[in-house]
Design a protein around this ligand. Structure first.
Ligand SMILES: Cc1cc2nc3c(=O)[nH]c(=O)nc-3n(C[C@H](O)[C@H](O)[C@H](O)COP(=O)(O)OP(=O)(O)OC[C@H]3O[C@@H](n4cnc5c(N)ncnc54)[C@H](O)[C@@H]3O)c2cc1C
Length: 307
C-alpha cells in the first residue's frame, strides 16, 4: 500500500515527488510515455527562475527527478492504463499491474497537437514550437509562421509580433473559428499577414538542423510554393492526458480536469497538478508550483486521516 502515487514525470509530477518524498511519504512516480514530460523535447529554457544563462529542458527535468530520488522517491517505467478511484484505497493499473494507494496525484499533462508533417518532430526545439510564450523571444527581428484558426493561434500570433518582424498566420480553411474580438485584434496588427485556405506540406531544413522555410499548398487549387521562415509555431490545441480517469474525475468538454479548489478534484484524496488541469498558463514554473500544491494537499489529507 502506497501513501502517494504520482502519475507523470514532468515538472508537476517531479515537484510533487520532491515535496512528498521530503515529507517521508515515499511516493511512487509513474513515468509515462514521455519521461520528463514536455520539457524533455525542447532545448534552451530561459524563463525558469534560478538559471540566468538558461538551462536545457531535458537537464532541468532530469535534475528535478534526481532531487526527488535523493529524498526517496521511487520511479517506475510504464503508463497508467486504468484507475479505480471509486473507493479507497485507490487502485491504479500500470500496464496491467495493479497498485494501491491512499492518495493519487494526477500530473499527466496535456500533449500539444502537431500537424504530423514528415520533418516536424525532428525540428521541435530547433525552430518548430507549440509555445510562443516559451520560445517567442528567440525570434527577435525574424520571420515566423503560426498555424491554426482558433483563439490560441490569434493569441500566439499577436504575442509573437512583440519580437518577430513578420508573422504569417496560416489556416487550412477560408474562415477562422477564433472569437470575433481575437480575430479583429489580429487583423488590426500590421505585422500579421493572413494566409487562409492554405495547408502546410512540410517544414525545412533537417540537414541544417533548424527551420529555414516551409512548403505550402493552396487548399482549393493544390498549387504549391515555398516560404522562408525562421520559426514555425503550431497552435492547433492540446490533448489532456486524462483517458484513464474519464467517468470518474470531473473533466471539462475538452478533457481537462475540473479543479474543485486548490489542487482538489471531485474525489477526496485525488489531486491534480500541472497542464492536465491548466489550459491557461501551461508553463514549467506553473506546473512545478501546481505540483507543490498537490503534494501539500496530499500531505494534509494523509495527516488528517492519521497516516
Ligand atoms: C516544445 C516545448 C517547449 C516548451 N518550452 C517551455 C519553456 O521554455 N518554458 C516553460 O516554462 N515551459 C515550456 N513549455 C511548456 C512546459 O513544458 C509545460 O508547461 C510543462 O512541461 C507542463 O508540465 P506537466 O508536468 O504538467 O506536464 P508534462 O510535461 O506534459 O508531463 C506529463 C507527464 O505525464 C506522463 N503521462 C501522461 N499520461 C500518462 C499516463 N497515462 N500514465 C503515466 N504517465 C503519464 C508523461 O509521460 C509525462 O511524463 C514547452 C513545451 C513544449 C512542448
Amino acid at each position: 500500500m502506497r501513501n502517494v502515487i504520482i502519475i507523470g514525470s514532468g515538472c508537476a509530477g517531479n515537484t510533487a515527488a520532491i515535496y512528498t518524498a521530503r515529507a517521508n511519504l515515499k511516493p511512487l512516480v509513474v513515468i509515462g510515455h514521455e519521461p520528463g514530460g514536455q520539457l524533455s523535447i525542447t532545448t534552451l529554457v530561459e524563463n525558469f527562475p534560478g538559471f540566468p544563462e538558461g538551462i536545457d529542458g531535458p537537464v532541468l527535468v532530469e535534475n528535478m527527478k534526481k532531487q526527488a530520488e535523493v529524498f526517496g522517491a521511487e520511479y517506475v517505467y510504464g503508463t497508467v492504463d486504468q484507475a479505480d478511484l471509486s473507493k479507497r484505497p485507490f487502485r491504479i493499473s500500470i500496464e496491467g499491474e495493479w497498485h494501491e494507494s491512499r492518495t493519487v496525484i494526477i500530473a499527466s499533462g496535456a500533449s500539444a497537437r502537431w500537424l504530423g508533417l514528415p520533418n516536424e518532430q525532428k525540428l521541435i526545439g530547433r525552430g518548430v514550437s507549440s509555445c510562443a510564450t516559451c520560445d517567442g523571444a528567440f525570434y527577435r527581428d525574424r520571420k515566423v509562421m503560426v498555424v491554426g484558426g482558433g483563439d490560441s493561434a490569434m493569441e500566439e500570433a499577436n504575442f509573437l509580433t512583440r519580437f518577430a518582424s513578420e508573422v504569417t498566420l496560416v489556416h487550412r480553411r477560408e474562415h477562422f473559428r477564433a472569437s470575433k474580438i481575437m480575430l479583429e485584434r489580429a487583423r488590426a496588427n500590421a505585422k500579421i499577414k493572413f494566409l487562409p485556405s492554405t495547408l502546410v506540406d512540410d517544414v525545412y531544413d533537417i540537414s541544417k538542423n533548424e527551420v529555414t522555410g516551409v512548403r505550402l499548398k493552396h487548399a482549393g487549387n493544390g498549387k504549391m510554393w515555398d516560404q522562408e521562415v525562421d520559426g514555425f509555431f503550431v497552435a492547433i490545441g492540446h490533448i489532456p492526458n486524462t483517458k484513464p480517469f474519464k467517468g470518474q474525475i470531473d473533466l471539462d468538454h475538452d478533457g481537462y480536469i475540473v479543479s474543485h479548489g486548490g489542487a482538489r478534484t471531485n474525489i477526496k484524496g485525488v489531486f491534480h497538478a500541472g497542464d492536465v488541469q491548466d489550459r491557461s498558463y501551461r508553463q514549467a514554473i506553473t506546473a512545478a508550483g501546481a505540483g507543490c500544491m498537490a503534494a501539500i494537499e496530499a500531505e494534509r489529507f494523509l495527516e488528517a486521516e492519521g497516516h
